[in-house]
Ligand binder design. Structure first.
Ligand SMILES: Nc1ncnc2c1ncn2[C@@H]1O[C@H](COP(=O)(O)OP(=O)(O)O)[C@@H](O)[C@H]1O
Ligand SMILES: [Mg+2]
Length: 352
């Protein structure tokens, strides 16, 4: 793997505010990396720092092996795609596509040839003569992408590019962006607050909170092995349940504060207070002695393909693919595979 973008121990201050803390991250050539985290965690700041739109306070940033200190955005050979598209309203699709090439002195005929190529790649060939106001949201997004592609940049940086689109189009555009990335052999950094988008699009997911990287890894590794309660709760939908518990005297089970005892995998310290993480999709309805604990059902929601059971106190959710004969007010028994239980330290949130 060749690194295309290297961030080494990067810090960014806005006056007294510490927006990025010790960010170290390698983005391999050809990879699709998602930066994900709640609003305000520093995703855009990190992306803009790569682009050179923000000056980093300390640390090293290299693109294609070259240190970027003092290199202005236009010399970094990076393309940014925003949520707002930033198309020129008075220019046709073709003019929007070729604008940056013309700016860099590319001859008109050559620029038109390139625009035709890019339009074919992005499905815009029949729209070259239209103006942005005559396009749908998805088509505008494609023009924004086309404009980025045409310069053949060293990397694509996306900042929540799909937030303005409706749900169905968003799902389609996710696939289109990823397919385009693969076809071009591009290197992409994609910012989103939507963990599903990150999980489905990226090869590598970076979870951020309050200016730090909480965890980075392959999407399913983050789902299977979150290193702390924050990542565990952030990745996965609906979110993981967190139940306060105490490790039993044998060290091989936990007593839930709400009642019931659940076997765990491996050995924990007897008497230790823990938070037990259980994903809604890992909990199963069980009867008789198979049930490890019981909850009273508050609400039942069904989407047809899935049934969502929520406990009366709202602290626990179960998702199952079967329909349910249960009703609100019923006491339901639950079980879970010991290997699907994640134990966290209640004070630090770290995985035990
Ligand atoms: N120019 C700025 N001056 C001061 N604070 C800023 C500036 N830009 C962003 N911030 C702050 O930095 C934090 C991270 O912002 P941002 O990177 O935009 O978050 P995200 O994209 O993850 O939502 C936020 O608390 C934001 O208020
Ligand atoms: Mg942002």
């Amino acid at each position: 793997m060749t690194p295309q973008i290297e961030l080494i121990d990067i810090d960014k201050h806005y006056g007294a505010f510490h927006a990025l803390k010790n960010i170290t991250l390698t983005i391999d050539k050809g990879s699709f990396v998602a930066l994900v985290g709640p609003s305000g965690c520093g995703k855009s700041t990190l992306l803009r720092s790569i682009a050179g739109l923000e000056t980093i306070t300390s640390g090293t940033l290299r693109i294609a092996g070259q240190t970027m200190t003092g290199v202005p955005p236009r010399h970094r050979d990076i393309a940014m795609v925003f949520q707002s598209y930033a198309l020129y309203p008075h220019m046709s699709v073709e003019q929007n596509l070729t604008y940056s090439l013309r700016l860099h002195g590319v001859k008109k005929a050559e620029a038109r040839t390139k625009a035709a190529e890019v339009a074919a790649t992005t499905g815009l060939s029949h729209l070259l003569g239209r103006y942005p106001r005559q396009l749908s949201g998805g088509q505008r997004q494609r023009v924004a992408m086309g404009r980025a592609i045409i310069r053949n940049p060293k990397a694509f940086l996306f900042d929540e590019p799909l937030s303005n689109l409706d749900a169905a189009l968003r799902v389609q555009m996710r696939k289109e962006i990823r397919a385009l990335h693969d076809r071009l052999g591009a290197t992409s950094v994609y910012v989103t607050h939507d963990q599903i988008e990150a999980m489905t699009m990226a090869d590598w997911v970076v979870v951020m909170r309050d200016g730090i990287i909480e965890q980075q890894g392959r999407p399913l590794d983050l789902y299977d092995h979150p290193v702390n309660q924050f990542v565990a709760g952030f990745i996965g939908s609906p979110a993981m349940n967190f139940l306060p518990a105490t490790v039993g005297q044998d060290g091989r089970s936990i007593a839930l504060e709400a009642g019931g005892s659940v076997p765990i995998a491996g050995q924990a310290s007897p008497g230790e207070k823990v938070v037990a993480g259980m994903r809604p999709e890992h909990l199963r309805v069980a009867e008789g002695p198979a049930a490890a604990f019981h909850v009273e059902i508050g609400t039942i929601e069904s989407t047809g393909s899935a049934t969502y059971l929520t406990s009366r106190d709202g602290s626990l959710q179960v998702v199952q693919s079967e329909r349910t004969p249960l009703a609100p007010g019923d006491l339901v028994g639950l079980e879970i595979e010991p290997t699907n239980i994640h134990l966290f330290d209640p004070s630090t949130g770290r995985k035990l």
